[in-house]
Write a protein that binds this ligand. Sequence first.
Ligand SMILES: NC(=O)c1ccc[n+]([C@@H]2O[C@H](COP(=O)([O-])OP(=O)(O)OC[C@H]3O[C@@H](n4cnc5c(N)ncnc54)[C@H](OP(=O)(O)O)[C@@H]3O)[C@@H](O)[C@H]2O)c1
Length: 340
Amino acid sequence: MRLILIGFGNVGQGLAQILHDKAEDLKNRHGFEAQIVGVATGSRGIIAHHAGLAIPDLLDAISTDNFDHYPYSDGLRRYDDAVQMIRETQADVLVEASPTNLNTAQPALAHIEAALATGKHIVTANKGPIARDLPHLRQLAQAKQLQIRFEATVMAGTPSIATGIELLAGCTIKEARGILNGTTNYILTQMENGLSYQAALQQAQELGYAETDPTADVEGWDAAAKVLILLAGVFGKQAQVSDLAVTGITGITQADIENAKQAGERYKLIASATPHGGSVQPVRLPLSNPLAHVGGATNAITFATDLMGDITLIGAGAGKLETGSALLADLLAIHRLRPV
Ligand SMILES: NC(=O)c1ccc[n+]([C@@H]2O[C@H](COP(=O)([O-])OP(=O)(O)OC[C@H]3O[C@@H](n4cnc5c(N)ncnc54)[C@H](OP(=O)(O)O)[C@@H]3O)[C@@H](O)[C@H]2O)c1
């Protein structure tokens, strides 16, 4: 399987590392062999080689500084424009792992459209194009019998998307509700342990969970993007952020947390998607609810179904290898459907 990687930061490098470390196992167990034929970054170079790029050399070059340090060989091409590289490089799958933009979905949307136009399947960690434009992208993909997969966009490699769309396909899902943002769950957990909101936020930043500007997390927008993805992916319902009721955790005080504790309850930022719409709200959960026991930066999702009752998945929601694992699962799903 020839791959183009757009974005070679945490997630892109995580996938490359896994493909390298597990190459033999993937070949033996799945008959799967991957070759990276193009890689794009924002500021550190864009390179392609039809015969494949060496993963150790890619990782070395990026850790040194940029792809100028990638060893030259005949056939190596350097580009200034990722879309041009995508159009001109023959590949089976485009892996999108450039930064998410929830307003415009760009530049990922242009990357994905160029890849579909030139016959490439899509696997994306980037939330923007899926939250905003899944029906449009599915139409483009279906017209060319291509797949668009996005497991990594919700809960990293914890298989929320495959469970909701594929594994529970025979059930009617009444609601998907969960803790879909690790930063806010970490802050709420630490507030319950006695820290103030500010001290908990600072700790989350020091640990690398929260960005320097934590607005997207603490105001609920990151979780809202995941609700849009669940609405589109699981319920086939196209919505916009303005259709959702979104409240973050900035209004929650230690007194609120303490009151909930006294009542045997816990505050969680609950993201919910149903066939009728979605929301992100702080909710007081009784301790009998499995989501109440999910602490720290861990994520969880409960699918409420007709045939199976409630099914809850608990696991990592971010991380280099954890997100790389989701991308690999999607690549293997595409591999399984290819003619032998
Ligand atoms: N990290 C996680 O745990 C996680 C989990 C789930 C989903 N995601 C999603 O996965 C994506 C990647 O996350 P990350 O943590 O790997 O981010 P990151 O470490 O900041 O890496 C982003 C990469 O994208 C490159 N890039 C920036 N602008 C670009 C452009 N215009 N065209 C092509 N490449 C561009 C960057 O290049 P430069 O270094 O040159 O700027 C860098 O290589 C994001 O959409 C994120 O929301 C991340």
